[in-house]
Design a protein around this ligand. Structure first.
Ligand SMILES: *Cc1c(COP(=O)(O)O)cnc(C)c1O
Length: 421
């Protein structure tokens, strides 16, 4: 059953309530390894389901365009102050609706259409909003991309510097969505200073690791830091921008009124709760356990002949090239889902296949760490993945059903916030 209870919804709209109950069950029964996902706490769930959704609050605390902000102002200020404290930032804006609008706000704040932006290519682990041709960021600006080296699967910072010197970008973006290795923020900061570019760190994936001290922080090095709040940070779906004090006004104006209307106050409250949780000593344990689990899983996958991009991982994320296993990413991801192991198909650097039918899969250990799994279970997870890939090649659906049952049996011992049996 969903927790908190959804009894009013069940009475009013049983069809929808049934779907939500089934989704809670599904999230409980599956090994969720989509690298961008997690389980929020019951406290975060409660905050996002409150009457705060009723309120309009265009503007910022102390300077709003609607009346009745006596309680919204302190709620948003709590979220802002907690963000600044957790990350050590000079300025924070908690209003972006999600990671993509947060990134677009940075373009709006610092660039004119046609300006050059340097970022990790999507094919090597960047994000759509880092200048992909299908994104507004690629259509309205001029992206140039760095990537990883074919031999190492890692970024060579001397090549990033060469590209920056040749292209003179106005904005440099560090970070991405499929980067299994530590990002060298000090080197990016040096390059940005040398070419006079604004440096933006997009820490959407690793924000929780940074908050918990399990990945170096770009705060103090980057001019602006964007992040989603719902990945390793384990808050509601939303985003934040942190900035050096000198950029506070231009960033705030870009978010509102530049790009958005009223902030989603129920989400702001959920972000405030998640940041309160991130400030507790136990969050450090969670962040380091995510990395320990990913490392243990990488070892166990390597032992079973999986080909990991860059050979392993420093963070929560593992990118696997399945070519050596004789199956592309998409059918493998579908078979794994049928076997109770949820992840996504993903391109790998220098992929010879198409983006919608690529060679790889991507996974992360944040959600299973929240469930309470440790290094002790990672060999079993790798073994299930190996058995599933073999079964998929042989089209052995009975094996997938058996593995899904075993996954469910294991997870029955690990409670999920948001669900009671
Ligand atoms: C997830 C992600 C985003 C976008 O977040 P949405 O909330 O999906 O819009 C932006 N940048 C990076 C690096 C991401 O991983």
């Amino acid at each position: 059953m969903h927790e908190p209870k959804i009894s009013h919804l069940a009475a009013e709209d049983p069809a929808l309530a049934d779907l939500i109950e089934s989704e809670a069950q599904r999230q409980h029964d599956k090994l969720r390894m989509i690298a961008s996902e997690n389980y929020v706490s019951s406290a975060v769930l409660e905050a996002t389901g409150t009457v705060l959704t009723n309120k309009y609050s265009e503007g910022y605390a102390g300077k709003r365009y609607y009346e009745g902000q006596q309680l919204i102002d302190p709620i948003e200020s709590l979220a802002v102050e907690r963000a600044k404290a957790v990350f050590g930032a000079e300025h924070a804006n908690v209003q972006p609706y999600s990671g993509s609008p947060a990134n677009l706000a940075i373009y709006l704040a610092f660039l004119q259409p046609g300006d050059t932006v340097m970022s990790m290519s999507l094919a090597h682990g960047g994000h759509l909003t880092h200048g992909s041709p299908v994104s507004i960021t690629g259509k309205w600006f001029r992206p140039v991309h760095y990537g990883v080296e074919p031999e190492t699967g890692r970024v060579d910072m001397s090549k990033v510097r060469e590209l920056a010197l040749a292209e003179r970008p106005k904005l440099i973006i560090a970070g991405g969505t499929a980067i299994p290795r530590t990002i060298d923020f000090p080197a990016f900061a040096e390059i940005a200073a040398e070419v006079g570019a604004i440096l933006m760190a997009d820490i959407a994936h690793i924000a929780g690791l940074i908050a918990g001290g399990a990945h170096p922080s770009p705060i103090g090095l980057a001019d602006v830091v964007t992040t989603t709040t719902h990945k390793t940070l384990r808050g509601p779906r939303g985003a934040m921008i942190m900035a050096k004090a000198e950029h506070a006004t231009v960033v705030d104006k870009a978010v509102f009124p530049g790009l958005q209307g009223g902030p989603h106050n129920h989400t702001t409250a959920g972000i405030a709760v998640a940041l309160h949780e991130a400030a507790q000593p136990s969050f450090k344990g969670y962040a380091h356990q995510i990395v320990a689990n990913a490392s243990a899983l990488a070892v166990a996958l390597n032992e079973r002949g999986f080909d990991l991009v860059s050979g392993g991982t420093d963070n929560h994320l593992i990118l696997i090239d399945l070519t050596s296993k004789g199956i592309p990413g998409k059918p493998a991801a579908k078979a794994l889902d049928a076997a109770g192991i949820e992840l996504n198909f993903n391109g790998v650097p220098f992929d010879t296949r198409r983006p919608f039918d690529p060679s790889g899969i991507r996974l992360g250990t944040a959600a299973l760490t929240t469930r309470g799994l440790t290094e002790a279970q990672m060999p079993q997870v790798a073994e299930w993945m190996d058995q599933t890939v073999t079964a998929a090649v042989k089209e052995d659906t009975a094996a997938l059903d058996r593995i899904a049952g075993e996954v469910r049996d294991l997870l029955a011992a690990y409670p999920m916030p948001g669900y009671t049996a």
